[in-house]
Design a protein around this ligand. Structure first.
Ligand code: UGA
Ligand code: MN
Length: 255
């Protein structure tokens, strides 16, 4: 067969997933991997919130059958408090890896970056939509902001505002699951990162997007932002009230 023209090659989707150890971690990662395995040319950047790579996640990824990069960085203890943004250091570690990798690769570098939290629910259609991101694309997110959904309001193909029930004053009233960024934009704004200083929960997305784009420039996806293709689901805390204090079973089972 003749060599493929560069434009025939699908842009790689880089999914940065922060994750931390807890009883539901492996279940969440299993669900996510089952979705990602069905997406062509997806590279999973899994970043553990930990001082070292855990055996659980390492074994999981080895068996997952997905192109992936396994990173880790611990959140400093002082930032592990309710009311403070989560996963700042982990997303930045993913960004740093992506920029470093592409320093060594020749162009064309067709790629799209997406921040995929480990507990959300992603339709396969979402990945088709984000794949064509030129700079920064946006779409609705279900089950977030105290409403059934939040969405960018679109007029004549442009984002002109936000339908949201929470802090409508945000410059980009959008959840982390509601946007994707082209690799070119990530590489041409090498200093764009998530900031701890002065950042409040719910403002991380705006603080980041302000560094790389404007509202006027956003590309609406999902039929002019009229379809929910991703849900901000949150997993209930597990009841371990009957877990014995000391190990009682005859075998040691990873859950
Ligand atoms: C909302 C947003 O959807 C998140 O993108 C945002 O990071 C978060 O608020 C925030 O407050 O910073 P929410 O469902 O409340 O999400 O947050 P989680 O799902 O608990 O955490 C977001 C991601 O960070 C998950 O992938 C989770 O595994 C990871 N995480 C959470 C850590 O790596 N370390 C932690 O200590 C907590
Ligand atoms: Mn979540």
């Amino acid at each position: 067969p003749p060599p493929q023209a560069p434009e025939a090659v699908l842009p790689t989707i880089y999914a940065i997933t922060p994750t931390y150890s807890r009883p539901v971690q492996k279940a969440e990662l299993t669900r996510l991997a089952n979705t990602f395995r069905q997406v062509a040319r997806l590279h999973w950047i899994l970043v553990e919130d930990a001082a070292a790579r855990s055996e659980l996640v390492s074994r999981f990824l080895a068996a997952a059958g997905l192109p992936c990069t396994h990173l880790h960085v611990p959140t400093p203890r002082r930032y592990k408090r309710p009311g403070l943004p989560r996963a700042t250091e982990q997303r930045n570690a993913g960004l740093a890896w992506l920029r470093q990798r592409h320093r060594h690769l020749p162009p064309p570098q067709a790629g799209v970056l997406f921040f995929a939290d480990d507990d959300n629910t992603y339709s396969l259609e979402l990945f088709q939509e984000m794949r064509t991101t030129r700079k920064v694309s946006v779409w609705p997110v279900g089950l977030v902001g105290g409403r059934r959904y939040e969405r960018p309001v679109v007029e004549n193909g442009k984002v002109v505002g936000w339908y949201t029930g929470w802090r409508a004053d945000r410059p980009f009233a959008i959840d982390m699951a509601g946007f994707a960024v082209s690799l070119q934009v990530i590489l041409s704004h090498p200093k764009a990162v998530f900031k701890r200083r002065g950042s409040q929960p719910g403002m991380q997305e705006s603080d980041f997007l302000k560094q790389i784009t404007t509202v006027e420039e956003l590309e609406p996806k999902a039929n002019n932002c009229t379809k929910v293709l991703v849900w901000h689901t949150r997993t209930e805390k597990v009841n371990l009230a009957n877990e014995p204090k000391y190990h009682l079973d005859t075998v040691n089972i990873e859950v």
